[in-house]
Ligand binder design. Sequence first.
Ligand SMILES: Nc1ncnc2c1ncn2[C@@H]1O[C@H](COP(=O)(O)OP(=O)(O)O)[C@@H](O)[C@H]1O
Ligand SMILES: [Mg+2]
Length: 255
Amino acid sequence: MRNVLEVNNLCKTYITNKRQNNVLKNVNFKVEQGEMVAIMGPSGSGKSTLLYTVSGMDKATAGEVVFDGRNIASLKSSELASIRLDEMGFIFQQMYMLKNLSVLDNIVLPACQSKKNMLSKKEKVEYGMSLMRKLGIIEIADNDINEVSGGQLQRACICRSMINKPQMIFADEPTGALNRTSSDEVMEELRKINADGTTIMLVTHDVKVAAKCTRVMYIVDGNIKGEYNFDRYKSENELRQRERSLNNWLMEMGW
Ligand SMILES: Nc1ncnc2c1ncn2[C@@H]1O[C@H](COP(=O)(O)OP(=O)(O)O)[C@@H](O)[C@H]1O
Ligand SMILES: [Mg+2]
C-alpha cells in the first residue's frame, strides 16, 4: 500500500520565556493508505503537537513531513492551504462550528471554499445532506449549532471533515468530551469511514477507542516508545479481547 504520510526525524521545539521546550524529538513513522492509527501517551507527551505538526497546522523545527508524496515544508502557503482544505479533514475535542450558520451550512462551508470538486452549490448541499443521513443526524440539518447535543455536534464535525473527500482525517481526542454511548457511536462512524478507505490518525486516552484501530503508537516525552499492531476490527465480539491485549501492552509501556 501507498504511504499517505511519512515522517522523518521530526523535531518540534517551542520557545517560551527564552526557555527551549523540545516537545518532539526525532520522531519517525509512516502511515499507509487505509490505516487507522491511534496515538496514546501521558498528558503533555506531545500527542497534539505531533498531530498538528504532521498535518501542516504547525511548522516543524527540523525533519521532514511528506504528505501524499509532497514535502509540506517545501510548499507555498497557498498550496499547503489547499492540501489542508481538500485532502485533510480535522476533528477536535472542542467542536468548533460557526454560530450564525445552521449545522448543514457549517458542514458545506469547506466545500464552498474548495476548488477540488467542480460541483454546483446545490450538489455540494446534496452531498452534505447525504453525509448527514449516513451519520444519522439529518433531522438537525437546519438547527442552530447550540440546539443540538454534543454527540450530534461531533457527528456533524465528522460530516464537515468528510465534505471534500479528504485522503486523511486527523482527530484530536474526538470522543474526549462525550459520554460513553455518544463516544461509541462517534467511534463507530469513524471506523466505517476508515473501512470505506479514508486513512485516519487520532489521539485518544480511551482504550475502547484505540482497540478499534489498526495500530496504536505510544508516545512518551516526545518519542514513540512503542507500537502495537492489530488485525482489522471486524465485529463487536472481538472487542473485549482487543481491549485486554491492548491494556496489557499499555501496562508494559508504563500507562
Ligand atoms: N503553542 C505552544 N506553545 C508553547 N508550548 C506548547 C504549545 N503547545 C504545546 N506546548 C507544550 O508542548 C508540550 C506537549 O503538549 P501537547 O502536544 O499538547 O501534549 P499532549 O497532547 O500529549 O497532552 C507541553 O509541554 C506543552 O506545554
Ligand atoms: Mg493533547
